[in-house]
Design a protein around this ligand. Structure first.
Ligand code: ADP
Ligand code: TRP
Length: 328
């Protein structure tokens, strides 16, 4: 089974991305061949600032490595290091009706906002299908929001195979519905769009400040509190050990504990969990050669697979397996 997923480099990853996407994907590398990439071509639909693009691409790659992606086992690469996906996007675009793209959630949402929509945004699902199909991917772990895109990729594979023969493997989405929705600083789903995120690699002081800004009710130290409705506790449950969580819950239910104490406990639990990885993250970015070596090895492996699948698709649809001239 080959597992594949991509993360867009549009910001520094946050705690929701860690628990909702990155950690589950890292567990999958234990049992499957995994291809994980930085979806920079997709990010370009919204991020059109070259300096930020360069920075976030590296930050996302360093995040994977700092958290335990093993580059000897899992291919980690930049989407744009496999330009074959852009070519496959064209072959797939020609077997897809525009209606399917007009029905895509992301496009409809952009339209509802009255935003000016670039053609890249419209074609987003086709590029994503090319990402998935070009590696003969079997399983695509994604959040619920991306399920429709994986289904569209499957539909494009079926349409192409129907017209040109069995070229593509049909992928299955692996929806993480067992993973809780991680709450943000205000208790709503943690999301860049709500501005309520805790970025993963904040320096210690800034991490503390963020945690101190979590919204709570106005109960005082002597009031008893309900842990189950508290945003601080909701995050603590994700970082504390079961004993620590039970202990803090008991303190909520008795007088004598203020929210400041709970926030301090959360800060310490997060620091324990993230501190060592942060040191590794900072070293990877500062030094750079290990990061580049991992990305280069990943790109080499990914490109080898992509070239073979693209050759199959080209030949099936009446083209030469490879262009006459090699890339100069
Ligand atoms: P954002 O909502 O901040 O833009 P993304 O859509 O870039 O986040 O997130 C990438 C992946 O991370 C999502 O597909 C989802 O699986 C996971 N994810 C993001 N936020 C959360 C969250 N609050 N709880 C659980 N998983 C999340
Ligand atoms: N669209 C995905 C997201 O926004 C990122 C992505 C791009 C992706 N290509 C992919 C995910 C291929 C899985 C497979 O989260």
């Amino acid at each position: 089974m080959r597992v594949l997923t991509g993360i867009k480099p549009t910001a520094m990853p946050h705690v929701g991305n860690l628990l909702g996407a990155i950690e589950p994907a890292l567990r999958l590398q234990e049992e499957h061949e995994a291809f994980y990439f930085i979806a920079d071509y997709h990010a370009l639909t919204t991020l059109q600032d070259a300096a930020k693009m360069r920075q976030y691409r590296r930050e996302v790659a360093a995040t994977w490595l700092a958290l335990g992606l093993d580059p000897a086992r899992t291919a980690l690469f930049d989407q744009s290091d496999v330009p074959e996906v852009a070519e496959l996007t064209w072959l797939l675009a020609c077997v897809l009706g525009t209606g399917a793209l007009e029905r895509a959630h992301a496009f409809k949402a952009a339209q509802a906002d009255g935003r000016e929509i670039n053609v890249g945004t419209f074609l987003y699902p086709v590029l994503m299908a090319a990402d998935i199909l070009i590696y003969d991917s079997n399983l695509v772990p994604v959040g619920k929001d991306q399920k429709q895109h994986v289904e569209m990729a499957r539909d494009m594979a079926i349409a192409f195979n129907h017209r040109f023969g069995e070229v593509f493997v049909l992928p299955e989405p692996l929806i993480r519905d067992d993973v809780a929705t991680i709450p943000g600083l205000d208790g709503r789903k943690m999301s860049k769009s709500y501005g309520n995120t805790v970025e993963l690699w904040l320096p210690e002081k800034q991490l503390r400040k963020k945690i101190m800004s979590i919204v709570t009710d106005s109960k005082g130290v002597e009031d008893v509190k309900d842990p189950e409705t508290c945003n601080v506790f909701a995050l603590y449950k994700l970082f504390g050990t079961p004993e620590q969580v039970a202990e803090l819950a008991a303190r909520y239910r008795a007088p004598g504990m203020g929210y400041g104490h709970a926030k301090q406990a959360l800060f310490e639990a997060m620091e324990t969990r993230l501190g060592p990885a942060r040191a590794r993250y900072e070293a990877l970015l500062a030094e750079g050669t290990e990061l580049d070596a991992a990305l280069e090895a990943g790109a080499r492996r990914a490109r080898g697979v992509a070239a073979g699948v693209l050759a199959r698709a080209r030949e099936a649809s009446g083209f030469r397996r490879a262009p006459r001239l090699p890339i100069p």
